[in-house]
Design a protein around this ligand. Structure first.
Ligand code: E4P
Length: 217
């Protein structure tokens, strides 16, 4: 499973990349707002840090506007992945951007039929929003499972990018089902390593090692 980080915070991205944890980055208009920076500038900096796909989202909602913005965003770096919303215009733009040789992440997916349409439009990634589905009282992980089945039934190459992840359990469940990628907030990504028994065990080993009076090397 690939890990993307869901943020436009350059310091967080740099730290996680240096840990070797990152296969890519996703941003969206809300995350750009939170960064307090201009989209072109912050996205270029992210693309310089991470070699994998960096999703940058269009803000236009009509086909021509999306294409214009997609071409502007594409000029930032070779690893830009254009993010378009799951609308009819978004799907049309997805097909056209793919034909121009760029990666496309179709975002705001909340149903299996939407994911089917995105795959048929040639999307590189489909982003089902697990957390927001859970928030609305349904089961986000169940949607990932449905999409996995449909994509496998027809051998679609679109990668399932589990998005809107809120917990470490979301990551585990998405991995068990076979999501290709999880885009995870920085704090949740770091929390994956934690286990109280690891901390307790390490504490005991260090205490016993100190008692042994030995050193290595
Ligand atoms: C990722 O591409 C999405 O933009 C993101 O995961 C949305 O997460 P949220 O529901 O926590 O805003």
């Amino acid at each position: 499973m690939k890990f993307f980080v869901d943020t436009a915070d350059v310091a967080e991205i740099r730290e996680l990349n240096e840990l070797g944890l990152l296969d890519g980055v996703t941003t969206n208009p809300s995350l750009i707002l939170k960064s307090g920076r201009r989209i072109a500038e912050v996205t270029r900096e992210i693309c310089d840090i991470v070699a994998g796909p960096v999703s940058a989202e269009v803000a236009a909602t009509d086909y021509s506007g999306m294409m214009k913005e997609a071409r502007t965003l594409a000029m930032i770096a070779d690893n830009i992945c254009i993010k378009v919303p799951l609308t009819l215009d978004g799907l049309k733009a997805c097909r056209a951007i793919r034909a121009e040789g760029r990666m496309v992440n179709v975002t705001l997916c909340f149903s299996a039929n939407q994911a089917l349409l995105a795959a048929k439009a040639g999307a590189s990634f489909i982003s089902p929003f697990i957390g927001r589905i859970d928030d609305a009282g349904s089961d986000g992980i169940e949607l990932i499972s449905e999409i996995r089945t449909i994509y496998d039934n027809y051998d679609f190459k679109t990668e399932i990018l589990a998005a809107s992840i809120r917990t470490v359990n979301h990551v585990k469940q998405a991995a068990l089902i076979g999501a290709d990628v999880a885009t995870v907030p920085p704090a949740t990504l770091k929390a994956l390593v934690r286990h109280p028994l690891t901390d307790k065990g390490l504490e005991q080993f260090l205490a016993d090692w100190a008692k042994s009076g030995q050193t290595i090397g």
